[in-house]
Design a protein around this ligand. Structure first.
Ligand code: ZN
Ligand code: ZN
Length: 148
């Protein structure tokens, strides 16, 4: 049980770390022509940037299939990536960008800091020099001065 939880956590945390790296150096680097679609006003329910979700989702599914029979670390890491992807979708796509208008944006608490950080990332929608590439682990300054 602890084995499973440990690897689910590893999967989740690696996605935030790898996601930070990929977002900063690849999506705001060579793959900017794709990611740029997320930094422009959207023209419909989907954006070209959604390709990245398909890529991460596929990675998770492949790991889960590989580890399915022995129920080994690959299955649990794939589960962690899936949990991350789901949380990312709820926070980033539903709560922050309101692609589905299901939940109102929280006005206080830790979530407010996370939202503020992602809004700073979008504040000038440029390729270089923007803030806060991670989603959940963001610089502490975004939590200061007004969590209420
Ligand atoms: Zn970005
Ligand atoms: Zn965004």
């Amino acid at each position: 049980m602890l084995y499973a939880i440990g690897f689910v956590l590893i999967g989740f945390i690696s996605m935030e770390l790898a996601g930070w790296f990929i977002h900063k150096f690849i999506m705001h680097g060579p793959l900017w022509p794709i990611h740029q679609s997320h930094h422009k006003p959207s023209k419909g329910p989907f954006e070209l940037n959604d390709i990245f979700s398909i890529f991460f989702g596929t990675t998770a599914v492949v790991l889960m299939i590989l580890g399915y029979e022995q129920l080994d670390y690959r299955f649990w890491i794939g589960t962690g990536i899936t949990v991350y992807g789901f949380s990312y979708f709820v926070f980033h796509d539903i709560i922050i960008h309101r692609r589905l208008k299901l939940i109102a944006r929280p006005e206080h608490g830790v979530l407010r800091g996370i939202i503020r950080a992602h809004q700073a990332h979008h504040s000038d929608n440029k390729k270089k020099g923007v803030a806060a590439y991670g989603l959940f682990f963001v610089p502490f300054k975004f939590f200061k001065g007004g969590l209420k």
